[in-house]
Design a protein around this ligand. Structure first.
Ligand SMILES: C[S@@+](CC[C@H](N)C(=O)[O-])C[C@H]1O[C@@H](n2cnc3c(N)ncnc32)[C@H](O)[C@@H]1O
Length: 186
């Protein structure tokens, strides 16, 4: 990747962070309370997490307002979230206080390898965030570094062929969608 491409990808991250700073005030309302579409995705996500989470520890990438932190913590997992948007992080902390939960979420870029202790987590999860990462190979390398032997990487994201990807892709160059095969080959 040349320098201008790498600069372009860095500026995409800033645009995304600013976008979610602005969205943070209405994110939970618009996604989980009023939208049937997002509620369905949420229900399916919870089913998948119930089915596949194992062990004790969970790292969430692009954790947003902390919804799945609350979910994991209620099921006895030790959870840590990473998000790039300070607005989303503030909202997550508000949500944790509301539920009386002492959960940690840190502001950072999921590409930053310093955020990943070696051979530590039983699960890494990423819900509706993977498509925003401009350098997915770097993220996957970090995930494999931090997962324990036999650990799980659970990603909930629109498939490249999904209707959602077809609608979003021509309008936004901020998102990248992948097929299952692309993800495996990353
Ligand atoms: C659609 S939201 C999903 C939030 C949460 N996982 C959920 O399902 O409600 C995408 C989140 O990914 C975060 N994000 C995007 N790019 C990121 C990056 N490079 N590093 C960390 N977080 C990122 C955004 O700030 C945003 O909170």
């Amino acid at each position: 990747m040349d320098r201008s491409e790498s600069r372009a990808r860095e500026s995409i991250k800033l645009i995304i962070a600013k976008h979610y700073d602005r969205e943070s005030g209405i994110y939970d309302e618009s996604r989980f309370k009023t939208s049937t579409w997002y509620r369905r995705i949420d229900e399916e996500t919870c089913k998948v997490l119930n089915m596949y989470l194992k062990g004790k520890t969970v790292l969430e990438l692009g954790a947003g307002t902390g919804r799945y932190g609350i979910f994991c913590s209620k099921r006895g997992f030790q959870w840590l979230g990473i998000d790039i948007s300070s607005g989303m992080i503030n909202k997550a902390r508000e949500n944790f206080n509301k539920y009386g939960l002492n959960l940690s979420i840190i502001q950072g870029d999921v590409e930053d390898e310093r955020l990943y202790p070696e051979n530590y987590y039983d699960n890494v999860i990423c819900v509706k965030s993977f498509a925003f990462f401009p350098n997915p190979k770097i993220v996957i390398k970090n995930v494999f570094k931090t997962l324990r032997n036999g650990g799980r990487f659970i990603v909930v994201t629109a498939n490249n062929d999904s209707l959602y990807a077809r609608i979003k892709r021509p309008k936004s160059d901020l998102m990248n969608f992948y097929s299952f095969r692309d993800m495996k080959n990353c």
